[in-house]
Design a protein around this ligand. Structure first.
Ligand code: G1P
Length: 294
């Protein structure tokens, strides 16, 4: 008899990165708090997780990231002032998206040793259950949220899942790349993985987009993982061991929307335009302003 599929209740958000690419904006403010339209980048990603049914939000932070914790807390004085002034809409907006009491956890990655190490820092809070992992720099814009699609696939397949999407062949060296059974399928088996393959050696053009569902056995492997590409402890390397040596299944879920890498200036600026254009209250006027600029 096959093992029952355990539900995914927790999501991990690695938010310890320094954001040097956005200096001086990120000198005193975490890069995850930069806004795409009127919501911080991290809020967009937490929204995606909540929409997919996540109940517990685990942030792996670092120095100077305290404001992220404040952002996901209620603001008593602000709420009272809004209430006294009858600003119902604003009050509703800031309270609606707030995780409930006890639904957030914060832990710190004390040194920038890589994504694999950041994820490992969450091991005690995640415990012995499968979890979602969302890389906040990567905004996934689509009609159905990426993690929602992945949850649906997970309920059928169980195991580990990674969201993927094609990139131009000359960009495969910038990402984790997977080789799959059938690239045309929405959900397909992963056969190989490699982190930042040297140019011309990638097994396909499907890149790891920054959304994962992982089994807790990854933590044990991460605790022994040696530095890989870029001298960092790589999550991809531990996933390879989980797949090849521990014989766990990995499925790729193709993401069909647009991805904006908000860790880069162009990605961040484009995300602002795209998210605003998609809104009824801003789209039409922004479009006419953009026309004047072009
Ligand atoms: C990380 C992952 C990589 C993935 C990428 C997506 O790399 O290691 O597999 O493709 O995120 O953004 P990083 O961007 O931290 O170098």
């Amino acid at each position: 008899m096959s093992k029952p599929i355990k539900p995914i209740r927790k999501a991990v958000f690695p938010v310890a990165g320094l954001g040097t690419r956005f200096l001086p904006a990120t000198k005193a403010m975490p890069k995850e708090m930069l806004t795409v339209v009127d919501r911080p980048v991290i809020q967009h990603v937490v929204d995606e997780a909540r929409d997919a049914g996540i109940e517990h939000f685990i942030f792996v932070t670092g120095r100077n990231k305290g404001v992220i914790e404040d952002h996901f807390d209620s603001q008593f004085e602000l709420e009272r002032t809004l209430m006294e002034r009858g600003k119902k809409r604003e009050l509703e907006m800031i309270t609606r998206d707030l995780p409930g009491a006890g639904q957030t956890s914060f832990t710190r990655q004390q040194a920038p040793l890589g994504l694999g190490h950041a994820v490992w820092c969450a091991r005690e809070i995640v415990g012995n259950e499968p979890f979602a992992l969302l890389l906040p720099d990567m905004l996934h814009h689509s009609a159905t949220a990426c993690l929602t699609d992945m949850m649906k696939a997970y309920n059928e397949t169980g195991g580990n899942l990674i969201a993927v999407s094609p990139v131009p062949n000359d960009q495969t060296h910038l990402y984790g790349i997977v080789g799959v059974e059938n690239a045309k399928d929405k959900v397909t088996s992963i056969k190989s993985m490699v982190e930042k393959p040297p140019r011309g050696t990638a097994p396909s053009n499907l890149h790891i987009t920054g959304r994962y569902i992982l089994q807790p056995e990854i933590f044990d492997l991460l605790s022994r993982q040696e530095a890989g590409a870029g001298g960092e402890i790589q999550l991809t390397d531990a996933m390879i061991t989980l797949m090849e040596e521990k014989k766990q299944t990995f499925s790729a879920v193709r993401f069909d929307g647009r991805i904006y890498d908000c860790g880069s200036k162009i990605g961040f600026l484009t995300a602002n335009v795209a998210y605003a254009l998609a809104r009824d209250d801003l789209g039409p006027s922004l479009k006419s302003e953009l026309k004047k600029l072009m």
